[in-house]
Design a protein around this ligand. Structure first.
Ligand code: SF4
Length: 485
């Protein structure tokens, strides 16, 4: 028996006279007539609310039609052996496998310079001509050497800014040094760029090194140009031109796009999704605005309430499901991540929704000046004067000092949803995660207060909405199950 299974065994209060024993599970109200149950491995079952007292007091007759489902989902067991516990433990091990492969994502902020002045920008960007805000070759070399100490078998190197293409020589240097010095590790490179400065030489280098491109596309021209102003007011035209050039040189699938929902976006989810369909994308991430950096200072202009975002999200998801019904291939990325957690035991690498939190454990950020942060959002906070998530510097830290003598271990300990107030009893805990930086920034407390947390409200409502669609709308459920695969 595994230690985990042994632990479960001690939780049970099985009496010979009981028709079944309970395995560990959480439950909560889905709506007035139904409860949703989840086990520790994330499997779920929706049951009529009325059966809960009988179920938890082990008074449900073994002939009740729900008992086979409850047993198949590892919520109860009628047997005296440990088979259910062993299966549950194996599923939990699979879901948590990423923890053994820590720090796979490494973000290099190669320049703070940018030609855009987006109202929601998380970065304290500087204007194009201030070269003091570029990463130097020496800092880049030290950051690469530090990154290569990561025990992860897969390293994803992401170039960020500002606009990273404004310091392309350092990108080249990092890619070449990483490839030369990496051992057995699998490498992947991504440049997050607004594409305004892409050239044939840059594309040749990207093609030679299989570098992917991630860009921003906020919607139709008027919305995109409003959200992402630049001199010439031609951000949308440059982005579309850049997408087409990148696809032609690198391949269609090597270019992805992200959108950020601003106050101007709220009324037009359908138009935003249509824009993605028009330009040949098969997925869209309906993304909430971040409460950091410039986004905080511009909150009155670009911000909105969580309920407004949820309305936007539900409308957008309905539109995507309709498009799928008409034969258009399109999926929403956040729903896909959650559905994979809800319907499979496979781990998902999405850093912003992990337990313990992904900051530092799944990702590290090397700022242009060599400072190391636990997450990109932690770097934004530091730009605003709060260095809580600063871990060290590539110029004097070692891999060991970043992890053993830093707040990282403390952060991990306090970000496990299994034990956080509110989350520990929440039925959605196995699908959710924690975001210490978000709660520190918005509530002044790293653990956070779930009843007033926008993070919790947003995730809880999206998960509740997905469970209802899976239960109540067979056509939508079939599409959503496909996204989980
Ligand atoms: S953050 Fe909210 S939805 Fe997520 S597990 Fe915690 S209580 Fe549940």
């Amino acid at each position: 028996m595994t230690k985990l299974a042994a632990g479960f065994k001690q939780i049970g209060h099985y009496r010979i006279s009981d028709p079944y024993s309970l395995l560990p599970f959480r439950f909560m109200r889905l709506d007035a007539g139904r409860h949703v149950l989840t086990n520790m491995a994330g499997q779920h079952l929706v049951v009529p609310a009325g059966i809960m007292p009988e179920l938890v007091e082990r008074r449900l007759p073994t002939g009740h039609p729900l008992v086979p489902d409850l047993e198949a989902g590892h919520f109860v067991t009628q047997g005296a052996d440990d088979v259910h516990l062993e299966l549950l433990a194996a599923q939990i091990r699979t879901r948590q496998a990423r923890l053994a492969d820590m720090t796979a994502l490494h973000m290099f902020v190669v320049s703070l310079r940018c030609d855009h002045s987006c109202g929601y920008c998380q970065v304290s960007r500087v204007s194009e001509d201030r070269k003091a805000f570029d990463m130097t070759p020496k800092t880049a070399d030290r950051a690469v050497d530090l990154m290569l100490r990561s025990p992860s078998r897969q390293l994803k190197v992401e170039f960020q800014g500002g606009e990273p293409l404004l310091n392309f020589p350092v990108i080249q240097r990092i890619v070449e040094r990483t490839k030369k010095r990496a051992g057995e590790q699998d490498l992947a490179f991504v440049i997050a760029t607004n594409l305004a400065f892409v050239t044939d030489e840059i594309l040749d280098f990207c093609a030679a090194h299989q570098i992917c491109i991630s860009t921003s596309l906020d919607g139709p021209p008027e919305l995109h140009n409003t959200n992402r102003p630049r001199p010439g007011k031609d951000a949308h035209a440059r982005t579309i031109d850049g997408i087409n050039r990148c696809r032609a040189r690198l391949g269609h699938d090597r270019v992805s796009a992200l959108m950020t929902c601003t106050a101007s976006s709220l009324a037009q989810p359908e138009a935003i999704i249509d824009e993605y369909v028009r330009h040949g994308f098969q997925e869209i991430f309906l993304r909430y605005i971040s409460p950091y950096g410039f986004a905080v200072r511009a909150a009155n202009k670009v911000g909105y309430e969580t309920e407004q975002f949820l309305e936007f999200y539900r409308r957008g998801l309905a539109n995507i499901l309709n498009l799928n019904g008409e034969g258009v291939r399109m999926r929403e990325v956040y729903a896909s991540i959650l559905l994979r957690r809800m319907l499979t035991s496979q781990p998902t690498g999405y850093v912003d929704l992990q337990s313990p939190a992904g900051a530092g454990l799944s990702a590290l950020v090397y700022n242009y000046n060599g400072e190391v942060y636990a997450s990109d959002e932690g770097r934004m906070l530091a730009e605003m004067g709060d260095k809580t998530f600063h871990l060290g510097s590539v110029h004097h830290s070692t891999w060991e000092s970043l992890f053993l003598d830093s707040p990282l271990l403390d952060m991990a300990d306090r970000t496990m949803t299994e034990g956080l107030p509110g989350c520990s009893e929440c039925a959605f805990q196995p699908w959710c995660g924690s975001d210490r930086v978000f709660h520190h920034a918005t509530q002044g407390d790293a653990v956070g207060h779930r009843p007033t947390s926008a993070f919790c409200r947003r995730n809880m409502e999206i998960m509740r909405h997905l469970v209802r669609l899976l239960e109540d709308d067979p056509a939508a459920a079939e599409i959503l199950r496909g996204w989980a695969r």
